[in-house]
Write a protein that binds this ligand. Structure first.
Ligand code: GRF
Length: 218
């Protein structure tokens, strides 16, 4: 009898807070045939709820608090990079990791670091995307998974999903609708990337929320 040895990509998920995208990645990685597993959860904040989630799910969890580094971003990133090496990490997923990265980490992980951003890039890079989308009156909003490059929220796009902006939406209601899609496309983008097909995301699947019927139409 022969056995097939499948090498799973060892993924580190970098977080700063809640960790709902971490949860989605952990769930996906449990599926048979998924080509990656979460081998490390790393936070820059000791109070990140995602660290507790990692512990509950039996995943190695570490905090490398940025504050003792007193503004020395390179030194903090060196410590993060060393931790990734200690855990034999092959891919990094940023999931609500609220740190601006320097060329040190971005360069070391070029092509192997993914991020999820809550807008349809290149629209609305940066913070407060949902409030800004509402202020602009856009009719479609969404989320993007992209490779991380030095320019913030600007690397090659791996996956996107769109949602409608509905009458009466607040930043919170819109964020909740987008988050559902983040949890769908991030595991899918990681699956494709880890199996060597980063460009294989199907854009036809990106508009997943059915548009509401127009008032007065049958
Ligand atoms: C998500 O909306 C993500 O797109 C953004 O930060 C948020 C993190 O949420 N970068 P969570 O910690 O994954 O719940």
């Amino acid at each position: 009898m022969t056995s097939t040895c499948v090498t799973l990509a060892r993924v580190a998920v970098l977080i700063s807070g809640r960790g709902s995208n971490l949860g989605a990645l952990l769930d996906a990685a449990e599926a048979p045939g998924y080509p990656a597993r979460v081998a490390l959860v790393l936070s820059n904040r000791p109070d990140a709820a995602g660290l507790d989630l990692a512990a509950r799910r039996g995943v190695a969890a570490r905090c490398i608090d940025h504050r003792p580094f007193a503004g020395d971003r390179a030194a903090h990133e060196s410590a993060v990079h060393a931790a990734l090496g200690e855990h034999d990490i092959g891919l990094v997923c940023l999931a609500g990791y609220m740190r601006l990265l320097t060329p040190l980490l971005v360069g070391a992980w070029a092509g192997r670091m993914l991020n999820v951003h809550p807008s349809l890039l290149p629209a609305f890079p940066g913070l407060d995307t949902h409030a800004r989308a509402l202020a602009q009156g856009v009719k479609l909003h969404g989320c993007t998974v992209h490779l991380v490059t030095q320019e913030v929220d600007a690397g090659p796009i791996l996956a996107q999903a769109a949602v409608p902006v509905l009458p009466g939406d607040t930043a919170d209601s819109l964020a909740a609708r987008v988050l559902v899609q983040e949890h769908r496309i991030y595991p899918e983008a990681l699956r494709l990337h880890a199996s060597g097909r980063p460009g294989a995301y199907d854009p036809a699947a990106s508009l997943t929320s059915p548009l509401p019927p127009l008032a007065g139409t049958p």
